[in-house]
Ligand binder design. Structure first.
Ligand code: HEM
Length: 491
């Protein structure tokens, strides 16, 4: 894997999902597949042919109108495809271990260190997962990600499944149904709790979108390609993405087969959302805080959990945020915390967005903080599953638990210092930003024991008894190869 200059990203070899979430293709399906024992050769053929159908990131800015296909492999596939130990060793430890490894045999712990760091314990423990955990539907060798327009999805799934050779769609051990996870995005980009999502994403330096950023926003939002694509410089000198393969330091001298080059890692978490619990908590908390649970009082509480109003406008922006329902302007994302809201009086320090990306508020000073934050960004490409639009409607059974959530998908070059760091050191950290004994209010509170402080003068407000709003139901780490690497795997 050669060390390439930032502006020379080989976009035609990078899978499209790195640069776009395919906004014009609202339907998606994540097809979990495994290799058929003894049919590795056929599987290779399938992968090689697939390389011709996979959507590349180039031409940049061109959004596919009818369909897009991307693919990612798990560690199991690499082994079964027979890659040699030297090549295998170049993949990251987190990927090779998997998202939910078993604790070592001699250990007395019931979950592995990784699960414990990710917060995958208790109700989130991999033992209870529908897929990817140790007990059910474990043998996942990869995921085929297909995107289409409204009615064309089933046709695309069918045609792609028909083309599979040497691999098969995994079938759920309990229901015998194929593990084809169908998902969608809403026109207004809201997730099930009713918040506009996907607003804050890093921009990869050198792309037209990054070049168009204001100088202020570029300082924290324009991130070097190596943070998201293997083979390029990242924000750290020693970043994984920049590590050259032995004997291949220069462009043009890369070995003919470099499986990592132009690839990235894809983190997939099946996150179930308990919308009824969220709404109930917000109403109860509004009653405690404001003495009433009318809509504005509830919205006030809900916004503090996230750090943005449901419309997406950030709390650091009070004059505009008051016009909560106005959609006249795109939600602002060029804000920083140090000067605008150092003490969390507008956007609570423990709110979801402030934990997930502390921007310039990590300490010890804003500049260092920005430099550090840039090393821990992810590109989110998740989509919703389950029934849509019943949040405030009558309960016709669709509000039942277990029916909807987010397939959280993110892209990063270094799972440990990007996704895992965010999850562990920021979202799960009980002492984040000087707080005490509280976790991310949205994704990491413990059943009924969650706490959140809302900074206020003269005294802080403390919300208690936060239930579990989000439960992990499955997940896996995947590697999304570059297109040439996919072709090489196919030979
Ligand atoms: C069901 C689970 C989740 C829901 C409903 C959710 C919802 C949201 C919403 C509404 C926003 C604000 C919109 C935006 O800035 O794009 C947001 C931002 C964000 N979330 Fe989540 N999220 C969930 C899980 C996670 C997880 C597990 C992570 C990472 C491990 C994460 C990382 C982020 C990041 C990095 C941001 C952007 C923060 C910023 O740059 O200001 N989220 N999320």
């Amino acid at each position: 894997m050669g060390r390439l200059a930032m502006q020379q990203v080989e976009w035609d070899d990078v899978q499209g999902l790195v640069l776009t979430g395919y906004p014009r293709l609202p339907k998606a399906a994540y097809i979990l597949w495994r290799m058929v024992p003894g049919e590795a050769q056929k599987a290779k053929q399938w992968l090689g042919n697939l390389a011709g159908r996979v959507k590349a990131a180039a031409p940049i800015g061109f959004e596919p109108e009818d369909k897009a296909i991307n693919i990612a492999l798990s560690e199991g596939a690499l082994t079964k495809l027979g890659i040699d130990p030297q090549e295998r060793a170049r993949f990251s430890v987190e990927f090779l271990d998997g998202m939910a490894p078993l604790p070592p045999p001699q250990s007395t712990h019931t979950v592995s260190r990784r699960s414990s760091q990710l917060g995958d314990v208790g109700g989130n423990a991999p033992d209870g997962w529908l897929w990817g955990g140790p007990s059910r539907n474990t043998e996942i060798d990869g995921v085929l990600l297909v995107y289409a327009k409204e009615k064309a999805l089933d046709e695309l799934i069918d045609s792609e499944c028909r083309l599979m050779t040497g691999v098969e769609v995994l079938h759920c051990a309990d229901t015998s149904k194929p593990l084809i996870l169908k998902a969608y995005s809403r026109g207004d980009r809201k997730e099930h709790f009713g918040f506009r999502d996907g607003i804050s994403q890093p921009f990869i330096m050198g792309t037209p979108a990054a070049n168009a950023l204001s100088a202020k926003q570029a300082r924290f939002d324009a991130v070097k390609p190596g943070e998201f694509i293997l083979g390029y410089d990242g924000e750290r000198e020693d970043s994984l993405g920049a590590k050259p393969a032995a004997g291949a330091a220069q462009r043009g001298r890369v070995p003919p087969r470099d499986l990592l080059r132009n690839g990235t890692y894809l983190v997939f978490r099946h996150l179930e959302q308990n919308v009824a619990a969220f709404e109930q908590f917000v109403a109860d908390a509004a009653m405690k805080v404001h003495g009433k649970d009318d809509q504005p009082s509830r919205e006030w509480v809900a916004a503090r959990l996230i750090g943005r109003w449901r419309s997406g406008h950030p709390l650091v922006d009070p004059p505009f945020a008051e016009k909560e329902n106005s959609s006249a302007r795109r939600p602002r994302n060029d804000f920083l915390y140090h000067h605008e809201d150092r003490f969390g009086l507008a956007c609570p320090i423990g709110s979801h967005i402030r934990r997930a990306n502390p921007r310039d508020a990590l300490g010890p000073d804003p500049d260092t903080s920005l430099r550090l934050s840039k090393m821990h960004r992810i590109i989110r490409r998740g989509r919703l599953y389950g029934p849509d639009g019943v949040r405030n409607g009558a309960d016709n059974g669709e509000n039942a638990q277990g029916t909807r959530g987010i397939y959280f998908i993110c892209v990063n070059a270094d799972i440990a210092s990007q996704f895992e760091l965010i999850q562990h050191t920021w979202l799960n950290n009980t002492h984040f930003g000087g707080l005490y004994d509280e976790r991310d209010p949205l994704v990491n509170n413990r059943d009924g024991e969650g706490v959140m402080t809302i900074q206020q003068r003269p005294t802080n407000l403390r919300l208690e008894g936060l239930p579990r709003f989000v439960t992990v139901r499955g997940g896996a780490y995947f590697f999304m190869p570059g297109i040439a690497a996919l072709r090489a795997l196919g030979t």
